[in-house]
Design a protein. Structure first.
Length: 449
């Protein structure tokens, strides 16, 4: 087992994250020296569905749209400095992403990097269809299946790194596995070393949302103040041979990392602290210790692990028709009443097409519902600056287009004073989840020649 600390930096927590975050992280990893990896976490259920739509329109696409901006500026420094890059920005087209990175390296005059693509998450083929249909039930029978992807673990990532990959591109893997893979490859842990793998999993969990653990999502002025929010430093995990870690960030960057920010992120999306399910391990944080280790340094220890589950989660994407949206603003005296009247006009005009979602942004939107009960139950509160937003989902494009036309018609058909109309119409994919037996999912990797 390698006794040196492994540093893993995270430079993105979702698709659309800041593209200038990686630079300071890479600088910090190079300055520290020693083995290091850089991860970009850019994939969510919604993101993967959008990637599937993009690939259907253009088979060469379907990977992270910001790939060039994320990787291009730091590619040379990572390759020359020995920093491995691991990311799920392959989305629906990991090989396409790998080929694009190779093009970026060629354009920069760099030797061709050794790039591995993790395969096996796509389970939409005939071999899995019967099991998927049984797991998804009526959903599978009623809609056309577009894709189905299993949440892979870290094993193939680790194997690719051990085989010499400088960059590993994946599709759907569990978010913490992006960090577990480099840890497995570096430390040589066995795949049933549950405690160490669980500790690395929770290190990955702290990294996976990017600047969220650095104070970004934590910030609440006057209650939870965060300095330098406009120049947040993204996190780095220093993982020791036992799997315990210290979370920190590049020196001189904004944000804060302390026991409060780490505890918030540690509990983020964890339904059962004794059984956080991942493809690699079932992590138990009920006895975890979160300790101050210095300025912007927090140590996590005490995580325990249990054997991984016999099944893997699968997300399936289905055709789900068209989404039409429209917005219009009302201002001045009785603006709220006019916005409410506009919503009722649209409900009457579009009756029979299905539920119309109507929100008064700034008055009743976050706490509204698709049936419009919130609007109906509330009297005019006197708001003088109101944005009405309406949305309709329909199987047929022509029917969904009616909303676009009706919102635009409010310009002159009333109520008075409406302006700033914006509309959008786009195809959508729905998602559903089920479980597949682990042995039916064959994760592997292949080098891109």
């Amino acid at each position: 087992m390698d006794g040196s600390v492994l540093r893993i930096g995270c430079a993105a927590g979702f698709s659309g994250d800041r593209t200038d975050a990686a630079g300071p992280v890479v600088d910090a990893l190079l300055e520290a020296g020693g083995p290091a990896a850089l991860i970009f976490e850019t994939l969510a259920e919604r993101t993967l569905a959008l990637a599937q739509i993009a690939r259907r329109a253009d088979p060469s696409r379907g990977y992270e749209p910001l790939l060039d901006d994320l990787v291009g500026p730091i590619l040379e420094r990572c390759l020359r400095g020995g920093i491995r890059i691991v990311s799920n920005f392959g989305a629906a087209n990991p090989r396409g992403a790998a080929l694009r990175i190779r093009e970026l390296a060629r354009a920069a005059g760099l030797p061709a990097p050794r790039i591995a693509v993790v395969t096996g998450d796509d389970v939409s083929g005939p071999a899995h269809r019967a099991v998927l249909e049984a797991g998804l039930g009526d959903v599978a029978a009623a809609r056309e299946l577009v894709s189905a992807n299993a949440y892979l673990g870290a094993e193939a990532i680790a194997a690719a790194l051990r085989a010499g990959a400088q960059i590993v591109v994946t599709g759907r893997v569990a978010d913490p596995s992006l960090a577990v893979g480099p840890a497995l490859a570096h430390f040589g842990w066995s795949l049933d070393d549950w405690d160490r793998i669980a500790r690395a999993t929770m290190a990955g969990h702290l990294l996976e949302c990017g600047a969220q653990v650095s104070g970004g999502y934590y910030a609440d002025p006057g209650v939870k103040d965060v300095p330098g929010l406009a120049r947040l430093g993204y996190p780095i995990a220093e993982i020791d041979p036992n799997g315990d870690c210290v979370i920190t960030k590049p020196a001189g960057t904004g944000g804060r990392i302390d026991t409060h920010t780490v505890k918030e992120q540690l509990l983020y999306e964890v339904h059962d602290p004794a059984a956080y399910l991942t493809p690699d391990v079932v992590a138990d944080i009920t006895h975890a210790q979160v300790d101050d280790a210095g300025p912007d340094r927090v140590r996590l220890s005490g995580v325990r692990g249990h054997p991984r589950t016999a099944t893997l989660k699968v997300n399936a994407c289905f055709e789900s028709g068209w989404l039409a949206e429209g917005e219009i603003s009302y201002a001045g005296p009785r603006a709220e009443s006019r916005a409410r009247l506009a919503a009722e006009v649209l409900r009457e005009r579009l009756a029979g097409l299905g539920p119309l979602r109507a929100d008064l942004i700034g008055v009743a939107s976050i706490f509204g519902d698709d049936a419009g009960r919130w609007l109906a139950d509330q009297a005019d509160g006197g708001a003088r600056d109101v944005r009405l937003r309406v949305a309709l989902r329909h199987a047929e494009r022509a029917s969904a287009e009616r909303l676009v036309r009706e919102v635009t018609a409010l310009y002159t058909c009333g109520p008075a004073g409406g302006g700033g109309v914006r509309t959008a119409l786009r195809p959508t994919l729905g998602t559903a989840s089920c479980l597949l037996p682990r042995e039916q999912v064959q994760a592997a990797f292949e080098m891109v020649e």
